[in-house]
Design a protein around this ligand. Structure first.
Ligand code: BGC
Length: 722
């Protein structure tokens, strides 16, 4: 149905490009864009700058043209000039189907962004991005709203699960590769939410305040690296304000940093309902998206009036249009698709591999992998007999396979549509039964703690599944597991000393029972193949290799914002969110000493052991680090050696400067070489990256707090243009 809209015979006149590159003889995207734009009427130009959200929502009337499917965004094309319609879909974790309103349209559901990040494997991120791009194209979408790149600044942020953790290098590399994968399929990818959209509470009115230079060294660096690597066609600006100005009307950010310093050539689309006035155009916004969510269609009649009376510069409108077109042409998003079946089985393998490689073994005293001799296993909680949890909001995918289990969390309107806890039908219990035919597995929901404890006493071991739903537009007020699950785990551990905990969470959680359980596995939201991936890791069919992309704090006591700004206040209360930690996000703050955290950034155990040689470093203009890693255990496994800058000019500092995922057979070794991006050594001052001259110490480690002996080098002073 969707395909027919963009390219199908029913709507040929609407969208099929009339002037292809071959016809015009112009293949350079800038030249093509300029040529098409020059031939447009003002109405055609303005028409490309404003979109609707083609979703029928009570109270938010919108004219949805016939044939346009329910999806995040739609903008008609200009058929006479070969300009295609823009049909966009959310797609951070797979192609979405908002509130399942496109009946029967399912997609491959990847694990959450945090799971993708936890693989520390940019190649896998690229495969995942390509998989989503291929499905989008097969379904007729030419623009994807994937690419969440906000750094985790608050472990309570309800959207952290969509993002890639707390480190700029990790986030930048992973998002960049995912975008590359998507765009290679001829679909524009978007990086979002620009910028410092650090919490969902009061997301429309929260004012993120931060030193502008510190912002360059942290959240903006993640975007900068992601944009350099992936060259996304679009950037989506955020709901929040940044240092007093709305992110989508923020001239210093959009005109200054993005389009100025970075020379970004694509277009800036607004988040849905983030535009407050027509003059956002002059501040750097190119397109108003989902316009029925704004107070006005600012980029429609008011823009036309401004053009007519000369108050809006014509050149700015032309520039906005050209930016959109050049991205569409550069990526090939104007090319008609041939109806193609989706490789459902192949794509499921991508989802499975990502889940397997993203699961993090946090603690293990030797009980895992599960002994083949275990006879009676009690599995408790987390809907584990049915499936695995997913995160809520606009990134929610309707997975392939049987119908998901939906638990309504209440709420009205758009918020109500998003507030649904959705379990994908991928049962860890079923997968464990297949993997362990010798064992008797019994499942208990854990509904009655007392009854379940009695069952636990009689079993050889207990595996408790604990889940915590997170979703868009809502943060968690605390790090606690909800609905008494901490008490359930404590009771199981009290009844049976062989208790293992599997977490399905979109954020770090507190673990008051940590000392009483024998193993803890963080499975995130593991996607449509999650049940199998969890069973693979528990049984040892897969040797875990995920590493934490975020710090798990012990508590919120030392958090820069112990109470969430704006929590509990009426919606759209103006609040400042002071990011006083500056660029010292997550593990970069405090050095985040081992005793201040439950589990450090970068942490993750394996069923084998890896040995590291001494680190060697060479300095001068460019720092290069080298070390050899060996698998000293008796199983194949992958490790992620991480290189950190630990001292600069005599001062302690902690920044991830390199990482690599290395797969090794028992006894095998590999030398890893990492060239350090000078921006990771520098401070951002007076509009430049400045690498101070001096002695720099680097260390290789298994996490941000588990580091080997440092190697020192002298580095020459250097300035790098932004
Ligand atoms: C979200 C965006 C999303 C858009 C369209 C907004 O509420 O913040 O991430 O792409 O909706 O669904």
């Amino acid at each position: 149905m969707i395909r027919s809209l963009l390219w199908g015979s029913a709507s040929l006149a609407l969208v099929i490009p009339m002037l292809s590159a071959a016809q015009t003889g112009v293949s350079d995207p800038d030249a093509r864009a300029a040529r098409a734009e020059a031939r447009m009427t003002d109405d055609e130009r303005v028409g490309l700058l404003i979109g609707i959200m083609p979703i029928p929502i009570p109270g938010l009337p919108v004219d949805i043209p016939p044939g346009v499917p329910v999806t995040a965004g739609y903008i008609a094309g200009v058929p006479r000039l070969g300009v295609p319609a823009q049909l966009s879909s959310d797609a951070s974790l797979g192609v979405t189907n908002p509130a399942q309103l496109r009946k029967g349209d399912t997609s491959t559901a990847l694990p959450s962004g945090l799971a993708v990040a936890a693989t520390f494997d940019p190649t896998l991120a690229e495969r995942a991005g390509a998989m989503v791009g291929a499905e989008a194209r097969a379904k007729g979408f030419n623009i994807l709203l994937g690419g969440g790149a906000n750094l985790t600044r608050d472990p309570r942020n309800g959207r952290n699960f969509e993002y890639l953790g707390e480190d700029p290098l990790l986030t930048g590399r992973m998002v960049g590769q995912a975008i590359r994968g998507t765009q290679a399929q001829g679909v524009v990818s978007t990086i979002k939410h620009f910028a410092i959209n650090g919490q969902e509470t009061q997301r429309h009115t929260a004012n993120s305040t931060i030193d502008p230079d510190a912002l360059r060294e942290s959240d903006l660096l993640a975007f900068e690296l992601g944009i350099e690597t992936g060259r996304p066609g679009a950037v989506m600006c955020a709901y929040n304000l940044v240092n007093g100005a709305e992110a989508c009307g923020n001239a210093p950010l959009l005109n200054g940093v993005l389009k100025g310093d970075w020379g970004y050539k694509g277009w800036v689309m607004s988040d849905w309902g983030a535009v407050e006035s027509t003059d956002f155009l002059e501040k750097g916004l190119d397109q108003q998206s989902g316009s029925q969510l704004d107070k006005q269609r600012w980029f429609d009649a008011p823009l036309k009036r401004g053009l007519a009376d000369g108050t809006i510069p014509r050149a700015r409108v032309s520039d906005a249009v050209r930016r959109i077109l050049r991205s569409v042409y550069a990526v090939g998003a104007d090319k008609p698709t041939r109806p193609a079946p989706i490789d459902v089985a192949g794509h499921a393998q991508v989802a499975l591999k990502t889940a397997q490689d993203g699961i993090v073994l946090l603690k293990n005293d030797g009980i895992l992998p599960l002994a083949k001799t275990a006879r009676t296993i009690l599995v408790v909680g987390g809907q584990a007999s049915f499936g695995v949890l997913s995160g809520g909001g606009s990134s929610q995918v309707t997975p392939n396979g049987a119908a998901p289990r939906i638990i309504d969390l209440g709420g009205a309107g758009l918020g109500g549509l998003l507030s649904r806890q959705i379990y994908f039908p991928s049962s860890p219990v079923d997968a464990l039964k297949v993997a362990m035919p010798q064992a008797t597995l019994t499942f208990s929901s854990g509904y009655s703690i007392a009854n379940t404890a009695a069952m636990a006493k009689a079993a050889d071991m207990v595996i408790v599944f604990a889940t915590k739903w997170e979703g868009e537009d809502v943060d968690s007020a605390s790090l606690e597991l909800p609905q008494g699950q901490d008490a359930l785990i404590a009771a199981m551990a009290g009844a049976n000393r062989n208790t293992v905990v599997v977490l399905e969470t979109g954020n770090p959680v507190a673990m008051p029972w940590l000392n009483d359980v024998r193993a803890v596995v963080e499975a995130w939201y593991p996607g449509q193949e999650g049940g199998r991936a969890i069973a693979d890791v528990l049984t040892g069919r897969i040797n875990p290799s995920g590493r934490l992309p975020i710090t798990f704090p012990r508590s919120l006591a030392d958090d820069p914002r112990p109470t969430l700004p704006g929590l509990g206040q009426p919606d759209r209360t103006a609040v400042d969110v002071p990011y006083s930690e500056g660029s010292a996000v997550g593990y970069r703050r405090l050095g985040r000493a081992r005793d201040a955290v439950l589990f450090p950034f970068g942490h993750g155990l394996s069923y084998t052991r890896f040995g590291y040689s001494a680190l060697t470093a060479s300095g001068g203009d460019t720092v290069t680090l080298r070390m050899t890693i060996r698998n000293d255990g008796d199983r194949p496994g992958a490790d992620v050696p991480q290189a950190y800058l630990v001292r600069r000019g005599g001062q302690a500092i902690r920044r991830l400067v390199g990482f690599e995922k290395v797969m090794l057979q028992p006894g095998e070794s590999r030398t890893v070489t990492m060239a350090v991006d000078p921006r990771l050594l520098a401070d951002f001052r007076d509009g430049q990256w400045r690498v101070p001259a001096g002695r720099y110490a680097f260390a290789i480690g298994k996490s941000a707090t588990d580091l080997g002996n440092p190697a020192e080098v002298t580095v020459r002073a250097r300035q790098v243009r932004p």
